[in-house]
Design a protein around this ligand. Sequence first.
Ligand code: NDP
Length: 419
Amino acid sequence: MSRLLIIGCGGVASVAIAKCCQNSDVFTEIMIASRTVSKCDALKAKLESKTTTKIETATVNADSVPELVALIKSYKPDAVLNVALPYQDLTIMDACLECGVHYIDTANYEPEDTDDPEWRAIYDKRCKELGFSAYFDYSWQWAYQDRFKEAGLTALLGTGFDPGVTSVYAAYAKKHYFDEIHTIDILDCNGGDHGYPFATNFNPEINLREVSAPGSYVENGKWVEIPAMSIKREYDFDGVGMKDMYLLHHEEIEALAKNMPEVKRIRFFMTFGQSYLTHMNCLENVGMLSTTPIDFEGQKIVPIQFLKALLPDPASLGPRTVGKTNIGCIFTGIKDGKERSIYIYNICDHQECYKEVESQAISYTTGVPAMIGSMLVVTGQWLKPGVFTTDEFDPDPYMEALNKWGLPWQVVENPVLVP
Ligand code: NDP
């Protein structure tokens, strides 16, 4: 029996909420609160006849700590699941601390305004000291460690698929398959086709910022940064086939490098089709990916936000996307004195997801782990005071829940390795 406050009502939230409603023994009551309350009401109307979970809705501007505090104090949830945008991570964490409730999210903090001089000064210092230049990093949320610990509250960061499940796979491999892990390659393959020349599978602003940034990986405890899309590999994915994939910076590398310092190299690859890359390069070259406002006919316009308004809403891709995703991790290392390598992965079918919850597989593979992480927190299985990523808990209940709630995984020994 629990009450969960869910903030945000976009693509990922819709799946997380549908899954909470399937799991009504645990989530007896939920509140959906977002900027546009009509979306929350529409989702409630769709779900409430199929579940015993009691659903309430509210409007909230999650950039405002006082608004969040007022909402949390009136609803009195056991935990808050943040599936709004990474821009709201810190305000929601502040409000959770003030109200004494646990916090859960799927993506680490990044600022909406990357030209903010105060943020820039800290960012520039971090780029120099750590050696990677992505706008997002864990330092902002790890800085809450002592405050959550002292308050006896849990903050569970990044319980989506990647990050999220991929880090649970790492903890599971370490617990059951290896004495020492030497390398981790995280592979994110989307073999889905939505029929548009260009669209993003989740929030376009966040997605395009991530993909157009320089790539980076960790080797022997140090970051190595490379120009965007400059390392390309081909891989034959089970259930999908041969795909081009590119090395990207990704947030779980940072957490895994900190928590598993014995791993010698951690990389992240994502597949992209040629059409996506050509469009992205063109948009970047003409300045459409910029987050800096420009003056246009007396109005301030942020180019990437204008682009978002033109692109298909990721939540609308569900009915038209066909094909599968294959996301997982290749681990190499030593077990009982012998070399070992395994691939742990999930295959998810876009149309199957649509049939179940009217979403494509990218929202599905993120929304299901968001529900699972929330379930483990509210049932007390993953509670410890402080700020943690998903590799820092016992992976077994999470792995079991993945099989039960729609993201079954498999382990293959001796997979083809990525050069
Ligand atoms: P969407 O853009 O579809 O949804 C975002 C939601 O947040 C919308 O409902 C939006 O409201 C709401 N929102 C935005 N700003 C505010 C605000 N200030 N106050 C209240 N509500 C607000 O995004 P997605 O569902 O695609 O992504 C959600 C999160 O999931 C993101 O943080 C993303 O980075 C993360 N993600 C994580 C992945 C993983 O594997 N770990 C993979 C994919 C995404 P409105 O309807 O008014 O716009």
